[in-house]
Design a protein around this ligand. Structure first.
Ligand code: HXC
Length: 516
């Protein structure tokens, strides 16, 4: 072969490689409203930034005719590139090649990209579109998954890991996304489950569609497995870039500081028009967030799951912060099993990646009920306490109204580790609400009174004035400052800036044993 012929041969191989499983299969992919693996990479990365790795890798297994099913790249495209100028490593499974199924060499490519991301300290993005373990390759395929899970675990807390589900993700394949930090899904396209509808029908006689069982809606609102839901792949990709713009590339870096153009001395004169005078009335905590943090910067995580707690990233004077807020207009904000899991996982992400935590508190406590007790609210609620106590990032708490019981401890207590707790004059800090408290500690007074109902109301008021008011807690030093709400933004920025150099150690240990 002449040198020129060798170059021609290379070109032909490349053309073939770019076609994955062939034009017909790419067309079928498009007909399902899905992009091909390479088109997805082009859409997610900055133009022209993709550098492919191991593109000639092909199958080694010979079992069940695999030696006759050799595709360059083995059903996955991996490499590195930039998103908004930030270096990332990524993999994109190619459904047109053997249904994107994961065999030995396919897994090796993903694992190599993960390892390069870890060595270079960059985020890793896994785009999933696969029939799962490649049946013909048996244990080669299973051990391939094992390597990926191990890499996911080693990278956890070191680099941000995002999983974008854009097709089937079934069986054990779900556990790589399950270990990663954030899972993205698209309506009608993404399906995640351990066992699909057919197996479920055989085993339990339950009948359910792929979408209802494992679609974006199911996982973003019911199971909590996924964090972000979109209607199109395009929207999903642009949000990946937005999320990354709030995060550092790894745990040794600080999150980027943005110029949001929102003045640090902006007052918030309208906050009391959001918080109703009547205690029993609810309001939307997101209206408070929108007013206080840098305009338009709130990026909610897990928006449709466990809506009694709101978590997400925002900018405060250009700095990324993690917000952990009660939502009074959903279950009166009471903390339950799902909201505890949601909060604890988010808080631990923030702590891993140097994102300061700000809690906004208006919570009556943990949700009472047999289902909650037997579902393990003790075990789940404990995660929030653990996550806050172990976090070494700056932790600031703002009490708006109710801060009762264990929920006060989790969300505001300086003894648990908050660096600064501030309160509005409307704050109520107590072991429990005034009515419950009066019925216990003034029971005899109320029972023995000429007019028990009048006495009860009198005692409730007395309790509110003497025990719950924030000046009592401030007098003990548990609240640092009680502020006019119009200075909320200014005060939160000051609290954040004063704690940004914080250094705190923890006792040396192999790792803690967070209640799971
Ligand atoms: C090998 C596979 C495959 C797999 C699909 N294909 N899944 N090949 N191993 N796991 C092949 C098909 O044979 C077909 O090849 C091509 O990919 C496209 O698949 P279709 O079935 O035609 O596509 P579609 O109708 O869109 O259905 C997609 C699907 C279905 C829902 C994903 O293929 C399916 O149910 N596959 C099996 C899913 C599964 O049970 N996987 C194992 C999970 S257990 P041809 O050449 O005919 O077009 C698991 C264990 C991991 O993953 C454990 C890790 C710890």
């Amino acid at each position: 072969m002449t040198n020129q012929e060798r170059v021609q041969n290379l070109k032909e191989r490349r053309v073939k490689m770019l076609k994955g499983g062939g034009e017909d299969r790419i067309k079928a992919q498009h007909e399902k409203g899905k992009l091909s693996a390479r088109e997805r990479i082009d859409k997610i990365l900055d133009e022209g930034s993709f550098v492919e790795h191991q593109s000639y890798v092909t199958v080694r297994a010979t079992t069940f005719g695999m030696d006759k099913k050799r595709f360059m790249g083995d059903g996955v495209v991996t490499g590195s590139g930039k998103i908004g100028g930030k270096q990332v490593f990524l993999s994109s499974q190619d459904f047109t090649v053997l249904g994107g199924s994961l065999g030995e060499m396919h897994a090796l490519r993903i694992a190599e990209a993960q390892e390069l991301a870890l060595k270079n300290g960059t985020p890793f993005i896994g785009i999933n579109d696969s029939g799962g373990a490649r049946i013909q390759e048996g244990t080669l395929s299973l051990d391939g998954y094992a390597k990926i899970f191990r890499n996911n675990t080693f990278a956890s807390g070191v680099i941000p890991q995002l999983s974008v589900i854009l097709g089937p993700c079934a069986g054990g394949a779900v556990y790589s996304p399950g270990i990663t930090d954030f899972v993205f899904m698209v309506d009608g396209t993404s399906h995640m489950y351990i066992t699909g509808p057919a197996v479920i029908e055989t085993v339990t006689s339950e009948i359910i569609s792929h979408e209802d069982l494992g679609g974006a809606s199911a996982h973003c609102s019911k199971s909590g497995v996924a964090h972000f839901r979109f209607s199109t792949e395009k929207e999903c990709f642009s949000f990946v870039g937005k999320l990354l713009s709030y995060l550092p590339s790894n745990n040794m870096e600080q999150p980027p500081i943005a110029d949001t153009g929102d003045p640090a001395d902006r007052e918030n004169p309208d906050l009391f028009s959001i918080l109703p005078d009547e205690e029993r009335k609810t309001y939307d905590i997101k209206d408070i967030i929108a007013e206080v943090f840098d305009r338009g910067s709130f990026l909610e995580v897990h928006a449709d799951f466990a809506r009694n707690i709101v978590v997400g990233f925002a900018k405060l004077n250009g700095r990324t912060v993690g917000i952990f807020a009660n939502q009074p207009n959903y279950y009166a904000a009471a903390l339950d099993i799902d909201s505890s899991d949601k909060a604890a996982r988010f808080l631990r992400f923030c702590d891993s990646f140097n994102v300061p935590i700000i809690s906004l508190v208006d919570v009556p406590g943990f949700l009472p009920g047999i289902a909650q007790e037997h579902g393990g609210i003790i075990r789940h609620g404990a995660k929030v306490l653990y996550a806050i106590a172990e976090a070494t990032v700056p932790k600031i708490s703002l009490i708006l109204r109710k801060a009762y019981g264990g929920a006060y401890i989790a969300m505001s207590s300086k003894a648990l580790g908050y660096d600064r707790t501030i309160a509005w004059p409307t704050a109520q800090v107590a072991v429990m609400g005034a009515e419950g408290a009066a019925n216990i500690i003034f029971r005899r007074d109320i029972k023995g009174a000429d007019n028990p109902e009048e006495k009860r109301v009198e005692k409730i008021e007395e309790f509110k004035e003497t025990v719950m008011n924030p000046f009592i807690a401030a007098g003990f030093g548990y609240i640092d400052e009680i502020i006019d709400p119009k200075y909320t933004r200014i005060e939160l920025i000051r609290s954040l800036e004063m704690n940004m150099r914080k250094r705190e150690d923890r006792p040396a240990k192999k790792h803690g044993n967070i209640p799971l």
